[in-house]
Design a protein around this ligand. Structure first.
Ligand SMILES: Cc1cc2nc3c(=O)[nH]c(=O)nc-3n(C[C@H](O)[C@H](O)[C@H](O)COP(=O)(O)OP(=O)(O)OC[C@H]3O[C@@H](n4cnc5c(N)ncnc54)[C@H](O)[C@@H]3O)c2cc1C
Length: 468
């Protein structure tokens, strides 16, 4: 039995690992081929080291409140390298009204991020009835309906931009933030849902007799602690690459998948003849899968082409602390949607993780682009770094000039689950049924966070193990 996986980002790598684990547990065996178009594994996870600075191309960590990624690090024996974010990461800011506003319950009540009208509108959420319409609703419509426009512009849209880089007017609430969507569906509203969940937790603790606090509550609150590895996030993907037991083909771009004689035939640039395989799993971005699955089934290709990606550029800067005149005390900030700024936000990396800058230095990374600004990420290097510096001067009163600037470009950074995404997933489920042995994995479908990708890998591995 041969299994071929296309794409060696966190999804493809963790999938290969999970399949081995599931098969091993069931006393089954299979040969695994992993085809990756780049000359390295890791995909969007990539760490840049220069003059003592550690800068991430893309993700800078995962939350430790979900079990799968943490469990994987333990199995790989790299848990001693885990690096939780500093206490400073508790402080998060939104740039609005010409200043950085700290996010906190006290800030909500007394701070100037929201007007009194905006605050009352949020509190009114408790009285807004559940929406009973079956239609897929955009994140923007959902938030305007339940919390009001100010909450959308100043709280939720920046958060959505921070996670997906997406455009709230086109993102599906159901697909992008299912937990929030379900609060309304199950409890009738967001406040009602939060109170209901708190009550359920208290009841469960009383029944089990446990009284200790939530162990996941840390510097980032009950949502978990942002966690990386000493030396950078690619410690994880490098370890998965080393642990991979099978045949890894680098510089092998899958170009076509067909079915012949009851098996999949996989053609790839960089490989002389097509590979025959019993199981084929696409763990590439959907925009790549749409091309190589077109020969198999144009309808699948059409569905995949509907999954949009947003471009993003990450601009990393290193500064001498003596010139910075600021402690960068916090996680960083996101920009409110009603501000006419060019950056989505900026992470104060060296304040979040201890090893990101050498002694006496500090580093930040600004994000530009996303679903609402598809031009800026493509500016030439010089223009992009000058623009970023100008934006940082305005938003965080930066006065220093960086001693190091590096640009990390993602032409297709993150999939944006637009309206109709759940229908697309149903069509892909149907395709999996139509072609037994075909599976889809990766961040294009059921979550873009690293935790989501690893969770999805284990769920796909379960399906694979069932048919072997
Ligand atoms: C700027 C940025 C910041 C982010 N921040 C965070 C964060 O802090 N926390 C978090 O949890 N998530 C974050 N994310 C999201 C997260 O990084 C991604 O969702 C995740 O890494 C995607 O992994 P993947 O394996 O599904 O896809 P990818 O990493 O895109 O991997 C897909 C792989 O497929 C390969 N490939 C493509 N075409 C082919 C082909 N035809 N044949 C063979 N191989 C092919 C690619 O080269 C790539 O290696 C961020 C993303 C970006 C871009």
């Amino acid at each position: 039995m041969r299994i071929t996986i296309a794409g060696a980002g966190i999804s493809g790598l963790s999938l290969a690992y999970a399949i081995r684990e599931k098969l091993g547990g069931a006393g089954k065996e299979a040969e695994i081929f992993l085809l990756e178009s780049e000359g390295r594994v890791g995909g969007k996870i990539r760490t840049h080291h220069e003059n003592g600075y550690i800068m991430e191309w893309g993700p800078n960590g995962f939350l430790n409140n979900k079990p799968d990624t943490l469990a994987l690090t333990r199995k790989l024996g790299i848990d001693d390298l885990l690096l939780p974010s500093n206490d400073a990461a508790r402080k998060r800011y939104i740039y609005s009204g010409g200043r950085l506003n700290q996010l906190s319950p006290a800030g909500f009540l007394l701070g100037g991020l929201l007007s009194w009208r905006g605050k009352f509108r949020i509190l009114k959420e408790y009285t807004i009835p559940r929406c009973t319409e079956e239609t897929d609703e955009s994140l923007a419509d959902f938030v305007r309906r339940r919390l009001g426009k100010e909450a959308l512009d100043r709280l939720i849209a920046p958060m959505a931009m921070g996670v997906y880089g997406g455009d709230p007017e086109r993102m599906s609430i159901r697909s992008c933030f299912p937990a929030i969507y379900n609060l309304e569906q199950e409890y009738g509203g967001l406040f009602k849902g939060m109170f209901g969940k708190m009550k359920e937790k208290r009841r469960a603790r009383t029944v089990s007799g446990k009284s200790e606090a939530d162990p996941s509550a840390g510097p980032a609150g009950p949502g978990g602690v942002l966690t990386t590895f000493r030396g950078g996030l690619d410690v994880l993907t490098d370890a998965l690459g080393k642990a991979f037991k099978g045949k890894l083909f680098l510089n092998a771009t899958v170009t076509a998948v067909r079915v012949t004689g009851g098996k999949f035939e996989v053609s790839a640039e960089g490989i002389d003849s097509p590979l025959e395989t019993d199981i084929f799993i696409s763990a590439t971005p959907a925009h790549a899968a749409k091309d190589f699955l077109a020969p198999l089934d144009p309808q699948i290709s059409e569905t995949l082409s509907e999954i949009e990606y947003v471009p993003m550029s990450v601009v990393g800067m290193g500064f001498r602390k003596t010139e910075l005149h600021s402690e960068l005390d916090g996680f960083g900030f996101l920009v409110a949607a009603d501000e006419a700024r060019k950056i989505i936000g900026c992470l104060w990396d060296s304040s979040v993780f201890t090893d990101r800058a050498p002694e006496g230095r500090a580093s930040v990374r600004a994000m530009l682009g996303g679903g609402r600004d598809i031009k800026t990420p493509f500016l030439p290097d010089r223009e992009l770094s000058e623009l970023t510096l100008e934006e940082l001067k305005i938003t965080m009163a930066l006065k220093a000039a960086p001693e190091l600037t590096r640009i990390f470009r993602h032409e297709k950074a993150i999939p944006m689950y637009t309206l109709g995404h759940s229908d697309r997933l149903s069509r892909l489920d149907y395709a999996e049924g139509k072609y037994p042995g075909l599976f889809f994995s990766g961040n294009a479908y059921r979550g873009v966070g690293l935790n989501d990708c690893v969770k999805e890998s284990y769920s796909v591995a379960e399906k694979v193990a069932r048919i072997i």
